[in-house]
Design a protein around this ligand. Structure first.
Ligand code: TXA
Ligand code: MG
Length: 348
């Protein structure tokens, strides 16, 4: 299949044509990678079981891992979900459109293929204007997982989508960099208390301000409520190890471990905060990846997936990363990094 890559230019007429074409492809059962404010999504018709099957196939994703349904009008929520609690409306008023996904009881109109066999549906109303227009042009309900091949880091730009999905989908809309760079917060609202299933830009405190106390699904459960959380994720091809502890101590440990790899020819890479780059200056055989300043956690979040992809391009064999326990997004960042490292962590 030939994948056409079309760039949003700001020329209203041309952009309208791209959006219309994307809508037509999706309505006919095809797939289009579309930018959102979090990461790029792989969009198909959420109400068409055949489209969802195609999404799983294109991504190489296990079909028990449910897809998020994206809407572009609040009232469309009631077409696909039932028994919607008041907290869902309160959260929608506070954070929609935006990077919050709510898990609710589904209506029959949503095929089980889209929800991985579950009787719940995850719903998000994204703020990105291109995505909103594609949703409307495609009929209102778009299933869109992150547009990466299963197991790879999510895509924050159109080049990443092409790397993973060129030849496997109909179209990629290039709308520039995804602003946030981490996927949405997933919140389960089907129980007594809301439960965070995946950390994201809308953090626990922001949710609790609206709903009162919320629980957090622990990462280690064998049968997680967000089925996607049990799969290996984001992992670079090299062996990534996280090192937790004071920056100076972590640097000493990383330099010592890297020296041990110097003889067998494997490239070593280090991911660290901008402020700590000097600790690695002059070290032989290490490529340094500056994740951004600790005073700017948005940038660290934004760069994370790009850095993980670059490590593959550079064929880094051993990778060490500092831990980024930043105030608001630290949990979301560390959740992705811990998964990418397959849980490998050295605590000093
Ligand atoms: O920011 C985002 O959420 C991006 C953009 C494209 O919107 N989408 C995204 O989708 O990250 P995906 O499929 O890569 O991740 C969805 C996560 C998975 O961990 C999945 O298991 C969980 O949400 N999920 C989806 N539906 C669910 C449901 N009904 N119950 C529990 N978890 C669900
Ligand atoms: Mg994903």
């Amino acid at each position: 299949m030939k994948t056409c890559i079309l760039k949003i230019s700001g020329d209203r007429e041309k952009d309208d044509r791209i959006i219309e074409e994307a809508g037509r492809i999706i309505k006919e059962g095809g797939l289009v990678a579309v930018p959102t404010e979090t990461v790029y999504g792989l969009a198909g018709d959420a109400l068409n079981p055949g489209s969802s099957r195609k999404i799983y196939e294109a991504k190489g994703r296990p079909s028990d891992n449910p897809l998020i349904v994206h809407i572009a009008r609040l009232k469309d929520l009631e077409t696909i979900a039932c028994d919607i609690p008041d907290t869902a409306y309160a959260l929608a008023i506070a954070y929609w459109p935006g990077p919050l996904t709510m898990v609710l009881k589904k209506k029959d109109i949503v095929p089980k293929e889209t929800t991985g066999g579950l009787d719940t549906v995850a719903v998000r109303y994204p703020v990105n204007e291109i995505m909103q227009r594609v949703i409307k042009s495609a009929g209102g309900f778009i299933a869109a997982p992150s547009a990466n091949r299963s197991g790879r880091p999510s895509c924050t730009n159109a080049d990443h989508c092409a790397e993973d999905l060129n030849g496997r989908i109909d179209m990629i809309i290039d709308g520039g960099e995804a602003g946030i760079g981490l996927e949405s917060t997933v919140l389960d609202l089907t129980g007594e208390r809301p439960v965070i299933l995946r950390h994201g830009y809308i953090d626990k405190a922001m949710i609790e301000r609206v709903t009162g106390p919320v629980d957090v699904e622990t990462v280690a459960t064998e049968k997680p409520r967000a089925p996607g959380m049990k799969y290996r994720h984001y992992a670079p091809k090299g062996e990534l190890t996280l090192v937790s502890g004071k920056a100076e101590k972590a640097a000493r440990k990383i330099l010592e471990l890297s020296a041990g790899h110097a003889d067998n020819g494997g490239k070593t890479a280090v991911i660290c905060a901008h402020e700590h780059a000097a600790l690695y200056e002059g070290a032989q055989g290490i490529s340094l990846y500056d994740a951004g300043s600790l005073n700017d956690e948005d940038t660290i979040a934004h760069r994370l997936f790009s850095v993980l992809r670059e490590l593959d391009e550079e064929e880094c064999r051993y990778i060490y990363s500092e831990c980024f326990d930043t105030p608001r997004l630290g949990q979301a960042i560390m959740d992705r990094l811990t998964r990418a490292a397959g849980g490998r962590i050295i605590r000093l």
